[in-house]
Design a protein around this ligand. Structure first.
Ligand code: AN7
Length: 357
């Protein structure tokens, strides 16, 4: 027995592509809480068990750390001195952190002005080299693929298969904790790496009879960035949920397979619906995720409401990133709840409290 938790590679070593001699680059990622919602199911008056897998509690505040521990471990094993990624923010923060941990260099290409403040601050602190482009994520991704042919850098975007290997462990953790796979698994979809990784994880656990069932996979996109609903890539994705402002998903085929094999579906939700779900989760459950992450709950609540997800179901929604990542959106969400400023005396404080009760 290990004395303390040392990360998902150690925990699931026998199911991951590492050997005894592999130097593991880890920040103790994974092992995130699966929190059952208590108030929202009651408020909507439906008999459903909704759990959220709070991936915002990973070391850099997003699920990307699961993939990054694997990708950077394998890059270092192969002798890489530098990694590179294109990113809407979370991948860049995660890549930068794991590169720092490994003692190698990280280059990140990000769309100028479209990265949440917390993600930019992290990436700077971890000391990555940030290259901002006058373009979107999809253009950055194409450039990264090109430049990797011309410079000694390993790509750590989710087109790197080790990323999905690491990320599949989230499905393992859910099954290990519940003792079964949920009936429905709801995820936000951008590049579609994560939905592909979860499906891989569930399939591996189901076929080895760790559990007897697999979930229906539900992939939810932002309405302005919904190529899976359009049926083709789109050129100018737009959404307040900048993490999933992606028009050309790199894991298209895997995600379609996940949807078809599981009997699942894709759907899209407006920025307004996404932000409402984010606020609801914070306000009524005390769980603060970033806007993109709330797309999973927006979708689940919609599909529970219409009966597409029937009563009696056990549902897991992945909350992919921490709400603190995007303080600007949070402040906008709460613009009507401006704090009052008063004199620093007892009477004034008393009045301020009594006024609110
Ligand atoms: C919070 O960081 O693509 O469908 O470059 O940050 O696996 O792409 C982020 C994606 C959902 C979508 N939620 O996951 C990046 C990046 C959050 C995210 C997604 C992202 P995929």
């Amino acid at each position: 027995m290990q004395k303390h938790y040392t990360g998902l590679i150690e925990r699931y070593r026998d199911r991951l592509p590492v050997s005894k001699s592999t130097r593991v680059i880890s920040l103790c990622e994974g092992n995130t809480p699966l929190i059952q919602l208590q108030n929202i199911p009651r408020m909507i008056g439906k008999d459903v068990d909704i759990y959220v897998k709070f991936e915002g509690l990973n070391p850099t505040g997003s699920f990307k750390d699961r993939g990054m521990t694997m990708a950077v471990t394998k890059a270092v094993e192969a002798g890489s001195q530098a990694i590179i990624c294109a990113s809407t923010g979370n991948t860049s923060a995660s890549a930068a952190a794991y590169a720092a941990r490994a003692g190698i260099k990280a280059f990140v290409l990000i769309p100028e002005g479209k990265i949440a403040l917390g993600k930019l601050a992290q990436t700077l602190m971890y000391n990555a080299t940030i290259i901002q482009i006058n373009g979107n994520f999809d253009q950055g991704m194409e450039l990264v693929k090109e430049v990797a042919n011309h410079a000694p850098v390993s790509i750590v975007n989710s087109i790197n298969p080790f990323r999905l290997e690491g990320q599949k462990t989230a499905a393992f953790e859910i099954v290990d904790e519940l003792g079964f796979a949920p009936d429905y698994h709801c995820l936000p979809v951008g590049n579609a790496g994560n939905i592909s990784a979860y499906w891989k994880g569930y399939k591996e656990y189901a076929t080895e009879r760790v559990c007897g069932n697999r979930p229906v996979m539900c992939g939810y996109q932002a309405a302005g960035a919904a190529p899976f609903l359009a049926g083709h890539k789109i050129d100018n994705p737009e959404t307040v949920a900048t993490a999933i402002r992606i028009g050309n998903p790199q894991s298209w085929d895997f995600a379609i397979a996940a949807q078809q094999e599981s009997g699942g579906w894709f759907d899209k939700f407006t920025d307004q619906q996404i932000l409402a779900a984010q606020k609801m989760l914070s306000q009524f459950e005390g769980i603060f995720c970033e806007p993109a992450s709330a797309t999973s709950l927006a979708g689940a609540l919609n599909d529970i409401g219409t009966g597409k997800i029937p009563e009696g179901s056990k549902i897991v929604c992945t909350l992919t990133g921490n709400g603190i990542k995007d303080p600007e959106i949070a402040m906008q969400q709460c613009a009507d709840a401006k704090p009052v400023t008063i004199e620093a005396d007892l009477d004034a404080v008393k009045r301020a409290i009594l006024d609110c009760l």
